[in-house]
Design a protein around this ligand. Structure first.
Ligand code: CAA
Length: 380
């Protein structure tokens, strides 16, 4: 067992830290307030290779491992979780989904542009009546010979208004249940594909979340991903990796809040001394650091499992379940340590607290992660 990062890991982590400090930090409060999507920053992240971190170089990616990916995600998320969810969805849901399950022609046409940031991707599974219960897809994709006709609604889609390429999960044969589901590549601008209004959210307000409407959208057969009926398995396999991305986002939010709280506690004075010298605050810091380290180990273990070719359904679910709990609880503590200042936007911790909540909801709620973990335990 080796807990040390390699030289390459340290380099990519430091590059992400530098980018977050110099590029993401200025303007992060304004983007949150105004719900501004960071267009120019996404372009820069593409130039740095952050949008296709794990994609093979032959498809325009950085060819890095999952450990590198979570290191980048943690650093970006410490500063701006809106920017990091764009990175997470593009990398682990869209690029991974295409690289692992797409045809060579699909990879040539879409993956190389998604990996470099020329295109942005979105992953469309959730529906008004199929959130956690993902097999209950109402969106239909009817086989018309050389094409499919897609009808339905998708909800809470990250990168919804900004993406160029949408991976859309739909039901082709209702009688076959989860085996009658397929995944399709739909390009922005396809006739009948409408982008609904942007959601006004509690957190990650700089990211772009929309409802999407599909009215008789014609999708060529070559845009189906994988074998007929493999769409649900595609979604589950892809989400297992996505959960590593969101776990590392939660880890970054928690460690960002902890770093701010520690700095504040060493500067702020009360009752004649810096507040870190009061046990009430010192013990909060000790708890935060301990739990964040525990979350980091779970996140790294899940990333390592993926890199080793091990099954990572359970390790990614555990990492997301725990890291998101730590993010929620410790951002609240970071606000508490900041006192009145914690309630003020300039100190950043209230935003991290709002951003933390979504990590317990998207890419499978905490309750869904417990289903995944417990079913695997019981099944053995
Ligand atoms: N890998 C491969 N196959 C899998 C699998 C996996 N991880 N998980 C399930 N399957 C297979 C099962 O083996 C089963 O196949 P068989 O019928 O051949 O046995 C089939 O899929 C159906 O599985 P279940 O019977 O377990 O299905 P279920 O209805 O009980 O649901 C669930 C399982 C785990 C609850 C699943 O529905 C789930 O994960 N729900 C949460 C969905 C989710 O994460 N949504 C997030 C939206 S995306 C998002 O948030 C993106 C964003 O923009 C940020």
């Amino acid at each position: 067992m080796d807990f040390n990062l390699t030289e390459e890991h340290v380099m990519i982590r430091d590059a992400a830290r530098e980018f977050a400090q110099t590029e993401l930090l200025p303007g992060v409060i304004e983007r949150d307030e105004k719900q501004h999507f960071p267009d120019s920053l996404v372009k820069k992240m593409g130039d740095l290779g952050f949008l296709g971190l794990m994609v093979a170089p032959e498809y325009g990616g950085s060819g890095m491992d999952t450990i590198s990916y979570v290191l980048v995600m943690e650093e970006l998320s410490k500063i701006d979780a809106s920017a990091s969810v764009i990175v997470s969805v593009n990398n682990s849901l869209v690029c991974y989904g295409l690289e692992a399950f797409g045809s060579e022609a699909q990879k040539q046409k879409y993956l190389s542009k998604l990996a470099t940031g020329e295109f942005l991707g979105a992953f469309c599974l959730s529906e008004p009546e199929a959130g956690s219960d993902a097999t209950s897809q109402k969106t239909s994709a009817i086989d018309k010979g050389d094409h499919y006709l897609i009808n339905g609604t998708k909800n809470w889609i990250t990168n919804g208004g900004r993406a160029d390429v949408y991976l859309v999960i739909a039901q082709t044969d209702r009688h076959k249940g989860s085996h009658g589901i397929n995944a399709f590549i739909v390009e922005k601008g396809t006739e009948g594909f409408h982008i609904g209004p942007k959601e006004n959210k509690l957190g990650i307000r700089g990211s772009d979340t929309h409802t999407l409407q599909f009215n008789d959208v014609k999708v060529p057969k070559e845009n189906r991903i994988g074998e007929d009926g493999s769409g649900f398995r595609f979604a589950m396999r892809t989400l297992s990796g996505g959960r590593i991305g969101i776990a590392s986002q939660a880890l970054g939010i928690a460690s960002g809040a902890y770093e701010l709280a520690l700095k504040y506690a060493k500067e702020r004075k009360a009752f004649g001394t810096e507040i870190c010298n009061h046990q009430a605050i010192a013990f909060k810091l000790a708890d935060m650091y301990t739990n964040i380290e525990a979350a980091r180990h779970l996140v790294m273990k899940a990333a390592w499992d993926k890199d080793q070719g091990n099954n990572y359904d359970v390790s990614s679910a555990m990492a997301k379940l725990y890291a998101s709990k730590v993010a929620m609880e410790h951002t609240v503590e970071a606000v508490q340590i900041h006192g009145g200042n914690g309630f003020v936007k300039d100190y950043h911790v209230e935003r991290l607290m709002r951003d933390a909540k979504i990590t317990q909801i998207y890419e499978g709620t905490s309750e869904i992660q417990k289903i995944v973990i417990s079913r695997n335990l019981i099944r053995g």
